[in-house]
Design a protein around this ligand. Structure first.
Ligand SMILES: NC(=O)c1ccc[n+]([C@@H]2O[C@H](COP(=O)([O-])OP(=O)(O)OC[C@H]3O[C@@H](n4cnc5c(N)ncnc54)[C@H](O)[C@@H]3O)[C@@H](O)[C@H]2O)c1
Length: 274
C-alpha cells in the first residue's frame, strides 16, 4: 500500500516546472497534498499541472518570477484563494552563473543573488506570517553542496548565493522552530535536471572554454525523484540539513575540523586539474 503522509496539506513549490521542483511537486501530490506550482516556464508548468491532475491529484499552476516581490505576493494570494494558506513552501527556483571570479561585473553578482538568495527571502516573507499565525508549517530552501563548500572559481557567484541561503535558512530555522514552523535546507550534489539551461555565462568571460558549461553534474549525479524523496522524509522527520550524497557528510566533517587544510586540499586539486 502506498504511503500518504501529506493528505490535506497545501504545498507551494517554486521552480516546479522542471527537475527537483517538479519531482517534489509530483511526490507531494502523490502523497495527498494540493500543490501550487510556480515557475517562469509556463509551458513546462502546464505539463506538470496536467500530470498531477491526470493522476487524480490537485494542482494549480502560476507564472511567478522569484526575482519579483509582487509575483511572490500574488502567489501567496493565489494559493489562499485556490486551496487555503500554505502548509509547505519550497523555495527551489534557481539559476547558475559562470565567469571569471576576478572580473565579473557587479550586475552578474546581483543577478544571481536576486534569484537564488532573495527569491527565497521573498517566498518566506510572503508565506511565513500565515504559518506563524497558525503555529505550523514547513519551509524547504533548495541550496546546494556549493552552499557548504567553496570550490571552482567560475562558480563563485553560485556558491556565494547558496552560502547566503544556507546561513539564512539556519537562522530562520532557529528563529521559527519553537513557534511550530520547521525549516529544511536541501544541499544537493549532482542531480540530473535541466539546470544547464539556466546557466548564464558572464559577459566578462572570454568564451565558454574553461567555464565547465558541459559538466554541470558529476558522474555520481542522482535522479530528481531521489532528491524529492529525501525532501519529503526530512519534512516528516523535522530534519534541517538534507544531503543527496552520503559522502558529503564526511567531507563536511573534515571541512569544519580544519578549514585551512580544506583550502590547501582544494587548491592542490585545482592546480592538478589546470
Ligand atoms: N541539479 C543539480 O545538480 C543541483 C545541485 C545543487 C543545487 N541545485 C538547485 O536545485 C534547484 C532546482 O534546480 P534543478 O536542478 O531542478 O534545475 P531545473 O533547471 O531543472 O529547474 C529549475 C527551475 O527554476 C526555474 N526558474 C529559474 N529562474 C526562475 C525565476 N526567476 N523564477 C521562477 N522560476 C525560475 C526554471 O524555469 C526551472 O524550471 C536550484 O535552486 C538549483 O540551484 C541543483
Amino acid at each position: 500500500m502506498s504511503v500518504v503522509r501529506f493528505a490535506g496539506k497545501i504545498a507551494v513549490v517554486t521552480g516546479a516546472a522542471s527537475g527537483i521542483g517538479r519531482a517534489t511537486a509530483l511526490a507531494l501530490a502523490a502523497e495527498g497534498a494540493a500543490v501550487v506550482l510556480a515557475d517562469l516556464n509556463v509551458d513546462r508548468l502546464a505539463e506538470v499541472e496536467s500530470e498531477i491532475r491526470t493522476a487524480g491529484g490537485r494542482a494549480i499552476a502560476q507564472r511567478c518570477d522569484v526575482a519579483s516581490d509582487a509575483d511572490l505576493e500574488a502567489l501567496a494570494a493565489a494559493t489562499t484563494a485556490a486551496f487555503g494558506d500554505a502548509d509547505i513552501l519550497m523555495n527551489n527556483a534557481g539559476v547558475m552563473l559562470r565567469g571569471p571570479l576576478e572580473r565579473m561585473p557587479t550586475s552578474d553578482w546581483q543577478w544571481i543573488m536576486d534569484i537564488n538568495f532573495l527569491g527565497a527571502v521573498r517566498g518566506v516573507r510572503a508565506f511565513l506570517p500565515a504559518m506563524l499565525a497558525r503555529g505550523s508549517g514547513h519551509i524547504v530552501n533548495t541550496a546546494s553542496i556549493g552552499g557548504l563548500v567553496g570550490g571552482r572559481a567560475h562558480s563563485a557567484g553560485y556558491s556565494a548565493s547558496k552560502f547566503a541561503l544556507v546561513g539564512y535558512s539556519e537562522t530562520l530555522a532557529v528563529h521559527v522552530r519553537s513557534r511550530g514552523v520547521g525549516v529544511s535546507v536541501l544541499c544537493p550534489g549532482g542531480v540530473r535536471t535541466n539546470l544547464p539551461e539556466q546557466i548564464r555565462l558572464s559577459d566578462a568571460a572570454e568564451g565558454p572554454e574553461g567555464y565547465g558549461l558541459d559538466e554541470a553534474f558529476g558522474p555520481d549525479a542522482v535522479e530528481p525523484d531521489a532528491a524529492a524523496a529525501l525532501v519529503l522524509d526530512a519534512m516528516v522527520d523535522g530534519r534541517f540539513l538534507v544531503l543527496t550524497d552520503p559522502r558529503h557528510q564526511k567531507m563536511l566533517e573534515r571541512r569544519v575540523s580544519d578549514m585551512d587544510a580544506w583550502v590547501a586540499t582544494r587548491a592542490a586539486a585545482g592546480a592538478a586539474r589546470a
